[in-house]
Design a binder for this molecule. Structure first.
Ligand code: SF4
Ligand code: SF4
Length: 178
């Protein structure tokens, strides 16, 4: 008998309690500030080009081999518009096999890749999980708009080296006289 009353009291208590669950996907719980989703690429708004130079470092350190990158000569470098001599040509990230370890971000020397807070990228086919360069850059811009990226200080292009075909001068004039 006592146990029935205990059960009823518990039922009454929980009936008026605020629910801890939400009706996903129409309602979303807030993300924790340091939530880490898969990586995305950043955009240099000053020069209007990606930060990524296509150097391949992220692809080499990625433990699951989910990054494919290629580079090309940067046409903006020829006009002195950009300090990047090389720029990313193509970039692909297979988010279905990314283990969100963050190594690519740690090893990138150009602040070109950041961990995002995207987490609802489900798809019906595996091919859709291969995110191309344009998508990764768009997602990166969204993260930048949210203030999740601090741009590095602007870099200046190093002065051009002396031409190799200039005649070498003998440093010791006394040797020439003797
Ligand atoms: S994201 Fe960084 S490490 Fe990866 S290719 Fe681009 S510049 Fe290199
Ligand atoms: S977070 Fe880790 S697994 Fe994912 S792309 Fe970067 S290095 Fe690869």
């Amino acid at each position: 008998m006592i146990s029935i009353f205990r059960g009823l009291i518990t039922t009454l208590k929980t009936t008026f309690r605020r629910p801890v669950t939400v009706q996903y996907p129409s309602t979303h719980l807030p993300l924790t500030p340091r939530y880490m989703g898969f990586p995305v690429l950043t955009w240099d708004f000053k020069i209007q080009e990606p930060y990524c130079t296509g150097c391949l470092v992220c692809a080499r350190v990625c433990p699951t081999d989910v990054i494919t990158v290629s580079m090309k000569d940067n046409p903006k470098a020829a006009n002195e518009e950009s300090h990047r001599r090389k720029i990313v040509n193509d970039f692909k990230l297979d988010i279905s096999n990314c283990i969100l370890c963050g190594l690519c971000v740690e090893f990138c020397n150009f602040d070109a890749i950041i961990m995002s807070d995207f987490h609802e990228e489900g798809s019906l086919t595996r091919v859709e999980q291969d995110l191309p360069l344009v998508t990764l850059l768009d997602m990166g811009k969204e993260m930048q708009d949210k203030g999740k990226f601090t741009p590095p200080p602007p870099k200046k292009r190093p002065p051009a080296k002396a031409k190799k075909d200039e005649p070498a001068t003998d440093a010791d004039p006394e040797k020439q006289e003797s």
